[in-house]
Structure formats: structure tokens, C-alpha cells
Design a protein around this ligand. Structure first.
Ligand code: ADP
Length: 161
């Protein structure tokens, strides 16, 4: 059985994330989408909200589970019994950060491999931050976040924006 972990902040989950998760789920038997609880980072949505939104977004994918973790990614991945981490790549600007993380994780645990799925063209510009910015200014986010989450994300961003 092959198992992969897709880690991230998912603040909130976007169609770009869902695209990567869906493609990972077609390659691996099982996928765990795991939210990193990072107290140092200021998130718009609480951990519980992000978990709940990811569960809604992935409800149609039977081999995808949603979870969260604190601390080192490699420790979490090992505890899950997985050996593969999946990340998405959008632009060259993602590369430097991803390379640093992948090399550090390999140093911490050489048995864990980080693999990258290239963004789909239509989502190459898409990030959680841009969704929050657009929605905060009253812009239409249909097609940018999963359909069942459009109202919820828009309402929250308008209140905070
Ligand atoms: P992090 O804070 O760990 O980067 P994110 O929630 O921003 O968490 O992203 C999680 C993963 O999803 C990362 O690997 C990121 O590169 C990828 N990702 C985000 N948006 C897109 C997108 N539009 N297309 C492809 N991958 C994406």
C-alpha cells in the first residue's frame, strides 16, 4: 500500500491545493492532507475551520484523509507509516523555499522522499493569500476555492478585509 502526506497551511484550501491533492490521490493508494499547526504564523482561519473546510473539499475523494500535526514534518510522516511527502510547485519563486525544505527534511530523515506535482496552468497564479486579498476587497472567488466554501470564505474575508 502506498501512502503520501500532503502538508500545508491551507488558509484556506484553494482549487490549486485540491488539484494537487486529487492528482496525488490518483497516484497513491492513500493520501493524508495534513495541516501544520504553526503557532508562530498568523492564520485567518482557525485550525478547526481549516480542517473542516479541507474535509468538505475532499469529501468526494475516498482515499484522502484530513489531519493535523505539530512539530517536525518528518516525525509526523514516519508516525503515519509513510515515506513520501507531496508538495505543489507553481513558479520558480516556490523553488528555493521548497529545495531548502526538501534538503533539510532529507537530512533529518533520508528514508522520506519529497515529490513535487507541477501546478495546472489555470491555477499557477493561485494562492491562499491572493484568495484572501481578492475576497477581502469584495471580489468574486468562484472557481478559486471549492464551490461549497465560496460563501464562507468570502464572508470571513470581507469581515477581516
Ligand atoms: P505552506 O505554507 O506549507 O506553503 P500552503 O497551504 O500555502 O502551505 O501550500 C501547501 C502546498 O500546496 C505547497 O506545496 C504549495 O506549493 C502547494 N500549492 C499551493 N497553491 C498551489 C497551486 N495553485 N498550484 C499548485 N500547488 C499549490
Amino acid at each position: 500500500m502506498t501512502l503520501a502526506v500532503c502538508p500545508g497551511s491551507f488558509d484556506p484550501v484553494t482549487m490549486g491545493h485540491l488539484d494537487i491533492i486529487t492528482r496525488a490521490a490518483s497516484i497513491f493508494d492513500n493520501v493524508i492532507v495534513a495541516i501544520l499547526e504553526n503557532q508562530a504564523k498568523d492564520h485567518m482561519f482557525s485550525l478547526e475551520e481549516r480542517l473542516e473546510m479541507l474535509r468538505v473539499a475532499c469529501a468526494h475523494l475516498p482515499n484522502v484523509q484530513v489531519d493535523h500535526f505539530e512539530g517536525l514534518l518528518v516525525d509526523y510522516v514516519r508516525a503515519c507509516g509513510a515515506h513520501v511527502v507531496i508538495r505543489g510547485l507553481r513558479a520558480v519563486s516556490d523553488f528555493e523555499f521548497e529545495l531548502t525544505m526538501a534538503l533539510m527534511n532529507r537530512k533529518l530523515d533520508p528514508s522520506i522522499e519529497t515529490m513535487y506535482i507541477m501546478t495546472s496552468m489555470e491555477y499557477s497564479f493561485l494562492s491562499s493569500s491572493i484568495v484572501k486579498e481578492v475576497a477581502g476587497s469584495g471580489g468574486d472567488i468562484h472557481g478559486l476555492v471549492p464551490e461549497p466554501l465560496v460563501e464562507r470564505v468570502s464572508a470571513r474575508c470581507r469581515r477581516k478585509g
